[in-house]
Write a new protein. Sequence first.
Length: 335
Amino acid sequence: SPPAAVSQVTVRDALNQALDEELERDERVFLLGEEVAQYDGAYKISRGLWKKYGDKRVIDTPISEMGFAGIAVGAAMVWLRPVCEFMTFNFSMQAIDQVINSAAKTYYMSAGSISVPIVFRGPNGAAAGVAAQHSQCFAAWYGHCPGLKVVSPWSSEDAKGLLKASIRDDNPVVMLESELLYSVPFEMSEQAQSKEFVIPIGKAKIERQGTHVTLVAHSRPVGHCLEAAAVLSKEGVECEVINLRTIRPMDMETVEASVVKTNHLVTVEGGWPQFGVGAEVCARIMEGPAFNYLDAPAVRVTGADVPMPYAKILEDNSIPQVKDIVFAVKKALNI
């Protein structure tokens, strides 16, 4: 049989494809947020959708996150399937009460009688030159809360498959995208571009096989890990790179199996170190069967423990770079 067609698709177009397909598939799905309709979205994720589906399905909101997140949660409680876009996740802090107290806890507190099928999505973590109030990563914040599912895509395939899975899920899902990846093209298979392509929530993906050290990352740092792995490979060190894809529930089985094989662990994330995603991965490895296979302490590579500086040189030094990952791997391997 001929090889399956592979084409280059940006993360932006993959997300747009997913929204378009799900709006078409299920009339209960609707999108709301600031500038999502007439302006085609602040980052053009919803390009063309308002023209295609109209005012009832793609809704521009006032600049009031607490308000429109609350409207979305209420709609989900009466069995619509809203996709609530935050222009950036930094602004979700205005609505964190709605996300956690109204959405995450309702299924439990209603003894299973009211589920809240909603997706909160938008760019998360550091962008470029937007300083402290627009640069934090919410993976640990939302990953902390029972009742939520939290996904963090890297590639176009991740973005499309996870967004479709999130919209179809009967639980509230927080989808943390990266603004800096929106314009990046990735190869997407014919299968990934089909209307029925979904990625199960809670499954990590091994992006590169290796034998010497396990690198665990999510979102943009997955790409940095692959670059670091290419550099280290020239020095005879083979890294296994795991793309977590989902922060909650976390696929520890894949991480454990890899650590059992490589005997070394390095976690990489853009967020702050204290109580971070890497801290959780390390703690779970410590508590589980893979701990006995570690030949050295696990090492965390994280953002700096400071509010994000505005100056570019300081910003670069506050976000994990490829050289930081290479350094951490050498430290873990004692080379």
